[in-house]
Design a binder for this molecule. Structure first.
Ligand SMILES: *[C@@H]1O[C@H](CO)[C@@H](O)[C@H](O)[C@H]1NC(C)=O
Length: 214
């Protein structure tokens, strides 16, 4: 997600062509499956290499704001599918593009897009509820604790509905935004052994598959 300094994105439920999980499988260890998130910024990605490096999933940039579609989205999605990776799509939020008046007041580079905390919470609610109405599940919210604290006033009103994908480039996860007692994904570095940002699923391989299967 490198080119954009602001930390608010929504991620679609991961999709998978895997068959439904086998019933009554023994409880699985928390393997914390590893993944990356990428966009056209990474250029051509060899998904078979990611798979053979042991990655389980890849998040692919789809859109940003209301008008931008990542030119590599389809190529990346097809490549990840062929390689047998579990994959999802993410959308970079642009709360400033919803209203001309707001946009006019929000100099680019303003970390909260010129929105007050309560306006930001309303904007996120609107996005999340609209997504829920059309897809049937709530989107994963990608953010940092710092951004969430500054720009939503550390709102606790999404924790019971939206899974969290926290970005924190450190060896530990640190304090999470209000309400969430755990994170579903952790983006722990913006570079590493594989192209893109480095991510971990907080759970077992089966848990990741279950999320992918909705
Ligand atoms: C991972 O999830 C479990 C709950 O399934 C939670 O207890 C734990 O704190 C989580 N880890 C992080 C880093 O959020």
């Amino acid at each position: 997600m490198k080119p954009t300094p602001v930390f608010l994105a929504f991620a679609a439920v991961l999709s998978s062509t895997l068959a439904a999980p086998a019933p009554a499988s023994p409880p699985e260890k928390r393997a914390n499956p590893q993944g990356v998130d990428i966009s056209h910024y990474q250029g051509t990605v060899n998904f078979n290499t990611l798979k053979s490096n042991g990655l389980s999933f890849v998040y692919i940039k789809a859109t940003e704001g209301t008008t931008y579609t990542d030119p590599m989205f389809s190529t990346n999605y097809d490549g990840a599918t062929s390689a047998g990776l579990i994959r999802g799509a993410y959308h970079f939020a642009h709360p400033d593009t919803s209203s001309g008046a707001v946009q006019a007041n929000a100099p680019s580079g303003n970390e909260c897009y010129g929105l007050s905390a309560s306006a930001m919470v309303s904007w996120i609610k609107d996005f999340s509820n609209t997504y829920h109405s059309s897809v049937g599940v709530y989107p994963v919210i990608y953010t940092t604790t710092d951004w969430w604290t500054s720009c939503t006033g550390n709102s606790a009103s999404f924790a019971s509905t939206n899974p969290l994908w926290i970005a924190r480039y450190s060896s530990s996860i640190g304090t999470l935004p209000a309400g969430w007692s755990y994170t579903t994904f952790w983006q722990y570095a913006d570079s590493g052994a594989n192209p893109g940002d480095q991510d971990e699923f907080n759970g077992s391989a089966q848990g990741l598959k279950n999320l992918a299967l909705g």
